[in-house]
Write a protein that binds this ligand. Structure first.
Ligand code: ADP
Length: 178
């Protein structure tokens, strides 16, 4: 007897959009690792830079978007955008059902869990998905990168080359190679 499959054929499946929100000041190889792995799980990943007037960033939102677009140009399903206000409001606006976040250490977990629970109270439709950092990036943050560059250290192993040279320029760091 012919068995009728209840599995929805791939082509008819709805597109799952994930947003990866953050400051990305600047994007590091740790962020990039989460983006690359997220892009294998979801149809589209929108890297969403929060316009946060409360923070004094090193790079403008436009510079950060440009850095992200260059770093992810090998990933066709990844795009970059900026937003202000509530993350869930932006997710609803673009039809994203997933908030992608990265977890490094236990202290990330507390903050991220609180944020995920808060977002759930604002929108039950949106799920937060956490990806554990790859072990080699467990220590890495945008702040660490800026701190090293500020004291004339090399950050070539922590960020993409175009991002490294922009950071070196900001700090007049002699590690710069043009
Ligand atoms: P925010 O200000 O929202 O923390 P960040 O740009 O610092 O923005 O981080 C955005 C997201 O990326 C967060 O979920 C953070 O935990 C994650 N993240 C940052 N660095 C790494 C890393 N090295 N490995 C995995 N996830 C990371």
């Amino acid at each position: 007897m012919l068995k009728i499959s209840t599995v929805i054929p791939y082509k008819l499946k709805p597109t799952v959009i994930a947003i990866y929100p953050g400051s990305f000041d600047p994007i590091t190889l740790g962020h990039l690792d989460i983006i690359e792995r997220g892009s294998k799980l979801f149809d589209r990943v929108v890297v969403a830079v929060l316009r946060n007037p409360g923070k004094a960033p090193l790079f403008t939102v436009e510079q950060r978007l440009c850095q992200i677009r260059t770093a992810t140009k090998h990933l066709p399903q990844v795009e970059a955008d900026s937003f202000d206000g509530l993350t869930v409001a932006y997710a609803n606006l673009i039809g994203a059902k997933v908030l992608l976040r990265g977890l490094r250490v236990l202290s990330d977990f507390e903050k991220e869990l609180q944020m995920a629970h808060t977002n759930k109270t604002l929108s039950t439709e949106i799920e937060t998905v956490f990806l554990a950092t790859s072990t080699e990036y467990g220590f890495l943050s945008s702040s660490i990168v800026k701190e090293i560059a500020r004291f004339n250290g090399s950050i070539d192993h922590l960020v993409s080359p175009h991002v490294a040279s922009e950071i070196y320029q900001c700090y007049n760091n002699p590690s710069i190679h043009s």
